[in-house]
Design a protein around this ligand. Sequence first.
Ligand code: ADE
Ligand code: ZN
Length: 350
Amino acid sequence: MGWYAPDAAQGYFQQLPKVDLHRHLEGTLRVNTLVEIAHQQSITLPVSADALHAQVQIQPDEPLNSTVFLSKFQTLRQFYQTPEIIARVTREAIEDARTDGVRYLELRFTPLALARVRGFSLSEVMDWVCESAATASRDFDLPTRLIVSVNRHESVEIATQVAELALQRMERGIVALDLAGNEADFCALPFLEVFQAAHRGGLKVTVHAGEWGGPGNVREAIEVFQADRIGHGVRVMEDRAVAALARERQTVFEVCVTSNFQSGVVPTLKAHPIQRMLAEGLNVTVNTDDPSISQITLSDEYRVAAEVFGLSRAALTGLILAAARASFLNEVEKTGLIRRLAQEIDAAVG
Ligand code: ADE
Ligand code: ZN
């Protein structure tokens, strides 16, 4: 099942051992689980599976833009009704990644989104996600680290609290702070101090930039935020000087091709600049963003890289290893991951 080739057999791409560095928990929920929750919790939403699909997944006949894309998350916020539900969706996200052949996952979540509907505290939802992710990671044999997201269109005060709580949970799998949300209308700068403090405390930093905003935002993420990685960043190709800066610094781009098409960053899949980014010598990785909202898997995204952009199997392997190198694991863990991936790729590719 995929947006690009819905009936395509996954074979080769699914058995490739893969790494996902950019996947939002809130964009990863199984629709069947949502239907079940809607019934159990008497949520006043369309409870037929078809109607729910339309509310929480991008439909081919609706406008492909950031407003529609982000609106899906507003509907999803109504489902986070109990600690058990939050634990369950976390577990299922990790199980689904493993089923798709992901061998290392960085799963990001937005504490405010999970907390708001029932007035849970930010600290308790973070604890539930940390605990469930640790258990699922063991049960499904999928090393997983957590990234905590704050949205630009929400308050700096909340971001400050979330960052402090994340710093207190670095021993429990949280490795980074992410700036997400509405880049078209909201500036990153009010969040600078929050991100600087997180960095000083030992968290890594990733910033959604150059998605719904221009290349100046990519420069700002690199030079001002000192981001360790950039979420998307694909509009870097609109400014030669910023592209040169990113090449020089080997800034890591967490590219999510289908998401960019569905949220209006590019007019067609084919128009996506991933191939030009690679040709320019930029440090590119392939990721999903919001697999359930987009109705894709990471295998689908590798398939698109191969079939739409003509990347060779060696190039795909290179992208997987680039993602492992760009992970927020410590150096020992990273070396182990790269070794395991290389062995498994050799065995699979022959
Ligand atoms: N939150 C979830 N998906 C996102 C995206 N593609 N851009 C910004 N914020 C997001
Ligand atoms: Zn994202």
